[in-house]
Design a protein around this ligand. Sequence first.
Ligand SMILES: NC(=O)c1ccc[n+]([C@@H]2O[C@H](COP(=O)([O-])OP(=O)(O)OC[C@H]3O[C@@H](n4cnc5c(N)ncnc54)[C@H](OP(=O)(O)O)[C@@H]3O)[C@@H](O)[C@H]2O)c1
Length: 240
Amino acid sequence: MAKVALVTGGTRGIGAAICKALHEAGYKVAASYAGNDEAAAKFKAETGIPVYKWDVGDYDACAAGIAKVEAEVGPVDILVNNAGITKDGFFHKMTKDQWSAVIRTNLDSLFNMTRPVIEGMRGRGFGRIIVISSINGQKGQMGQVNYSAAKAGDIGFVKALAQENANKGITVNAITPGYIGTDMVAAMPEEALKRVVAGIPVGRLGKPEEIAQTVVFLASDNGAFATGATFAVNGGQYMA
Ligand SMILES: NC(=O)c1ccc[n+]([C@@H]2O[C@H](COP(=O)([O-])OP(=O)(O)OC[C@H]3O[C@@H](n4cnc5c(N)ncnc54)[C@H](OP(=O)(O)O)[C@@H]3O)[C@@H](O)[C@H]2O)c1
C-alpha cells in the first residue's frame, strides 16, 4: 500500500514542488495551507492532490486537521513540516508581533504538527519527519533575528527527536535550503536579491524541485540510515 505523506504549506513554492515529487514517487499526498484559497484551488486542479486549510501555529487546528487527513487519506507516514513565513526587520525596530508570528509559524508548528502523528508512527514502527529549516538558521542573517532563531530551533528539534525515535523506525531530519526562487524570495527588494545571488558560488537561485528531491530521498527506504542530520542545499553559499 502506498505510504501517506502530509506536507504543510504544500500548495505553493517549495511545498508544492515537494508534493508533486512525492506524488510522482508513488506516495499518497495531502497538502495543507493557511489561507490562500485561490493558490490552493489551482494547485489541486493541476495535481489532483487534496488540500486542507488550517493554521500550523494553532495546536487544536493541527490536531483536527490531521485527524481529517488521516480519516480521508490514511495514517500519516511522512510528515514534511514546510510551512513558514518571514517578517523581517532589524531587531532594534522589531515588534513583539513580528517576533511571535515567526516563532509561532516556523517553530511552534513543529510541536503542533508532529505531536499528533508521532505516537501513530511509533506504534506502526515507521515514520519520516522532515523539517524545512533554512541556511539562515545556520549562519544567522541580519534583519532576520526572529527567523534565524526559529530556523535554528528547528535544527535542535530535529536532533533531539531523532534520538528519541531512532529505535522505532522513525527518522527525523532537517533540510536547510539556501535562496530558492519562490514568492518568499520574490518579496525581497531587487538590490538585496542581486547581492544575495552574487554571494552564491553556483551563481543562481535554487529551484524548489532541488529541495523536493532531497525530501524524496529522505522519505524513501534508502534514507533509513540518515537521522538527526541537517542537509544543506544552498549552492555553496554556506558550508557548516
Ligand atoms: N524560498 C526560500 O528561499 C527559502 C529558503 C530557505 C528556507 N525556506 C523555507 O522553506 C519553506 C517554504 O518556503 P517558500 O519559499 O516555499 O514559501 P511560500 O512560497 O511563501 O509558501 C508558503 C506556504 O506555507 C503556507 N503557510 C504559511 N503560513 C502558514 C500557516 N500559519 N499555516 C499553514 N500554512 C502556512 C502558505 O499557505 P498560503 O498559500 O495559504 O499562504 C504556503 O502554502 C518555509 O519554511 C521557508 O522558511 C525558504
